[in-house]
Design a protein around this ligand. Structure first.
Ligand SMILES: [Zn+2]
Ligand SMILES: [Zn+2]
Length: 254
């Protein structure tokens, strides 16, 4: 898995949420689309070929997760071999199509059969190449899902944007890697929850309860607001193991 974007909506030090999972046959699936043309820069820097991107799974409609959709789709119109399916739950899928209709009318026609839409139902598996994804509801301020990804006998869970939530623990049970957001330190828990997010310690507790192999923190605010070392330390105390703070373009096995 390659993390293309690890920053929160206002973090100018990092790209916004996007991760890539390589699939068999030189294909790629993406989860979330970052915040604009930055997705194209990150794909280029990670050497991910546009023609191999077969799937985009979207957690929710906040701009830091979906604003790269229009640039990505327009870039794909120029790629003859392109073929992409966009997966999201019903309300999110509707919002994505409205966003495109408002900001780049006609793009669905330009792509024609290269673009498919697929509605996700929480709890129901979806096959994407040689990976199986299971979306699950989380507790954000709007409709939002996390994903468990099973591939080649190993598994990872992406908790998406969420307050502490039982479903994260349930769908991360025993996975090799939990990728969890971290808004800030425990001292700022109230603010984190108000905005629909978790503290680093809460990510650590979820990782411990689920018994995951490794915890990686993502969706980070700029370092002047949330020091990555401080987040890692609080999360590690709660988890009982070392914790990694994600960096853009880092790759993680699972
Ligand atoms: Zn969000
Ligand atoms: Zn977000």
């Amino acid at each position: 898995m390659i993390l293309l974007g690890t920053g929160d909506p206002l973090n100018e030090e990092r790209a916004q949420s996007c991760l890539a999972v390589p699939l068999a046959g030189n294909e790629t699936m993406l989860v979330d689309a970052s915040s604009g043309t930055v997705i194209l820069r990150q794909l280029r820097d990670a050497r991910i070929a546009l023609e191999g991107i077969r799937h985009l799974f979207v957690t929710h409609r906040h701009f830091d997760h979906v604003d790269g959709l229009a640039p990505l789709l327009i870039a794909l119109t120029a790629v003859p071999e392109a073929s992409i399916t966009v997966h999201a739950t019903s309300a999110t899928l509707g919002s994505l199509r409205e966003l495109l209709a408002l900001t780049i009318p006609g793009v669905e026609d330009w792509l024609g059969e290269k673009l498919l839409w697929h509605e996700l139902s929480p709890g129901q598996h979806v096959q994407a190449g040689d990976a199986e994804l299971t979306p699950f509801e989380v507790d954000h301020s709007i409709e939002c899902v996390g994903f468990r990804v099973d591939q080649n006998g190993t598994a990872m869970t992406f908790a998406a944007d969420t307050r502490p939530c039982e479903n994260v623990v349930r769908y991360a049970k025993g996975v090799d890697l939990l990728l969890h957001e971290a808004y800030g330190l425990e001292s700022g828990a109230e603010q984190a929850h108000t905005f629909g997010h978790s503290t680093a310690a809460e990510a650590g507790r979820a990782a411990r309860e689920a018994g995951v192999g490794r915890l990686v923190l993502t969706h980070l605010r700029a370092s002047r607001y949330a020091d990555p070392d401080g987040l890692a330390a609080e999360a590690a105390t709660a988890f009982g193991k070392q914790v990694t703070v994600a960096r853009d373009l880092d790759a993680y096995g699972f």
